[in-house]
Design a protein around this ligand. Structure first.
Ligand code: NAP
Length: 544
């Protein structure tokens, strides 16, 4: 029997059928549906509010890259009928308000414990129970332990030492202060030019005195078309909700638009260009998710599409010196997450914006007054923003001390090799379920609303299956896990993604296994694999 974490002595009122960790998109959905299924369930949330990603990432310019009508839940008629979206791509405050509205409308708050950071979870084989301890000292017990902890919530630590010396405000984007930050007249530094950095830069540039961007790798970017939504737009969303709910489950990436059929080369050159222009004009991730799969598989197609995007970028930058710095040359379009932007490239044309290349002259330390590079040059700053990213997929799980059968820690298991079964379970960790975990469809190539709800559905159905049959536990066998990892790798390795360094591949975290975190077989194939597992009576899983 495993040792139970010291201090974990839950009162009987802290015994549950299921414990959900995280009150973001996946956690709220899972909590609601398990409760509807009659389970005694509680959701433990480290933050002071619900909304997960949209609670933490309140940095200036934070905005969702999926259209509102597909980044919403479809399960509650009441929510669908009452909610009105203001923008096609809602900003963080609107998305946070929406998720709070869902929590209120569905009466979820009574089963959510805020400011409750889960420190550890230990499986007790003898009693088939998970013992959970929290930072506040409260202990919990449950048959099922469900991690909805967010695939991009474990922020990377500071890129260089010295934050304690800095006299100004230094902050990772995911720990942004709740109180408004005044940028007027301030010298601001931003490290990182991923999807987050781009949003910060384009938003802060016109607000601050001077902005210095410390860029290691430039990004491809698509200009976002983000109209304000009218009452009629919202009415149309409500009318189409049932069809949309079905549609997003029928496409490769959980969007309403799907990858093209046929081959890119079936089109004549001028038709290809016309097609790309049409996609580009949409101003959305349609250019990625409704393009040809060959863009991500065939070097020649990728080169042609990359050239198209570069041409668009050049016209926007319109400055040869800046073009040389801002246009990527080391990887092809789409093999890193492509951000949507609003005036990002144009921001570099402002007099108060300076672009500093730190690829060969890296950050050395944070000083009292700013940031110093390896060359010795120091940049005086009042505000320092780290848009440096996350330990994607696995980091939020491994930062909890999760111990499965025989005391095996998840961290050790994943340090050796990043493995899951369908991204939903891990061998050796019975009754432990995950959303947003490695080897399931995710942000890298999925509208997160669709794939998180899809994953939560499997978890909820599986729990019902076990309980209906009086079963105690489920976990994938080692062979079942090996088969999923092999299948995942075969698909991943047939694409161009593994050739590019990014958080997709885990190359942004020292010592992390380099495996594509997202499943690239597509949501439909993934759904089929999940359905097959259920319909076969969980073949390859150990049920006791
Ligand atoms: P990211 O894509 O991993 O970008 C991190 C940036 O920080 C990169 O430019 C990286 O440079 C840089 N960086 C890291 N360490 C550095 C160092 N020591 N020195 C200099 N530069 C350093 O992280 P992110 O921008 O936070 O985005 C993560 C993901 O979150 C996105 O891909 C997306 O899936 C999601 N996201 C979504 C939205 C949305 O829906 N609108 C918005 C924001 C984020 P290198 O590239 O050289 O490593």
């Amino acid at each position: 029997m495993n040792a139970i974490h010291p201090g974990a002595q839950p009162a009987s009122s802290n015994r549950y059928d299921a414990i959900v960790v995280g009150a973001g998109v996946a956690g709220l959905y899972t909590l609601y549906h398990l409760r509807e299924a009659g389970k005694k369930v509680v959701c433990l949330e480290a933050g002071g509010g619900v909304a997960g990603t949209w609670y933490w990432n309140r940095y200036p310019g934070a905005r969702v890259d999926s259209q509102a009508y597909i980044y919403q839940y479809f399960f509650s008629e009441e929510v669908l009928n009452a909610w009105r979206w203001d923008e096609l791509f809602p900003a963080q405050p609107e998305t946070e308000r929406y998720l709070n509205f869902v929590a209120d409308t569905c009466d979820l708050r009574k089963d959510i414990r805020l400011n409750t950071h889960v420190d550890s979870a230990t499986w007790d084989e003898a009693t088939q129970t998970w013992h959970i301890t929290t930072a506040g000292g409260a202990g919990y017990e449950a048959k099922y332990f469900i991690g909805c902890v967010g695939m991009l919530s474990a922020a990377l630590k500071d890129p260089c030492p010295g934050r304690e010396n800095f006299k100004g405000l230094a902050c990772h984007t995911s720990a942004w202060p709740h109180a408004p930050v005044d940028f007027a007249g301030k010298r601001v530094g931003v490290v990182g030019t991923g999807a987050t950095g781009i949003q910060v830069i384009q938003t802060v540039a016109p607000l601050c005195g001077h902005l210095t961007v410390f860029q290691r790798t430039p990004q491809y970017s698509i200009p976002m078309r983000n109209p304000k939504l009218t009452a009629e737009d919202n009415a149309a969303y409500r009318r189409n909700a049932a069809a949309m709910r079905k549609r997003v489950r029928e496409t490769f990436a959980g969007f309403h638009t799907d990858l093209q059929t046929g081959s890119y080369w079936d089109r004549a050159p001028e038709e290809r260009n016309k097609f790309l222009e049409q996609m580009w004009a949409e101003g959305s991730l349609c250019f990625v998710a409704a393009n040809y799969a060959e863009v991500f598989i065939d070097e020649k197609v990728n080169a042609e599409v990359t050239a198209f995007v570069v041409d668009k970028m050049r016209k926007r930058i319109n400055n040869p010196e800046l073009e040389a710095k801002l246009i990527p040359t080391t990887f092809g379009f789409g093999t890193r997450r492509v951000p949507l932007d609003t005036g990002y490239l144009e921001a570099y044309g402002r007099d108060n914006v300076e672009l500093v290349d730190v690829s060969t002259n890296p950050l050395l330390r944070i000083t009292e007054n700013g940031l110093q590079l390896a060359s010795g040059k120091e940049y005086p700053l009042d505000i320092l923003v780290f848009a440096t990213g996350f330990d994607g997929g696995s980091g939020a799980f491994t930062r909890i001390d999760i111990r499965g059968r025989d005391g095996q820690t998840l961290k050790d298991y994943w340090d050796k090799d990043l493995r899951t079964t369908l991204g939903l379970q891990v061998h050796g960790f019975p009754n432990f379920f995950t959303t947003g975990a490695p080897l399931a469809p995710s942000a890298a190539f999925c509208n997160m609303q669709t794939c998180l709800c899809q994953q939560a559905d499997w978890i909820i159905d599986t729990i019902k299956y076990l309980d209906d049959r009086g079963l105690h536990a489920i976990e994938p066998s080692a062979e079942r896990e090996a088969a999923w990892v092999k299948h995942h790798d075969e698909i991943a390795n047939s694409t161009l993604f593994p050739k590019t360094k990014s958080w997709y591949m885990g190359t942004n975290v020292d010592g992390k296994t380099h495996r594509l975190v997202t499943y690239l077989g597509g949501d439909v194939a993934y759904q089929q694999a999940c359905d097959e597992a259920k319909q076969s009576g969980y073949q390859g899983f150990i049920l006791t």
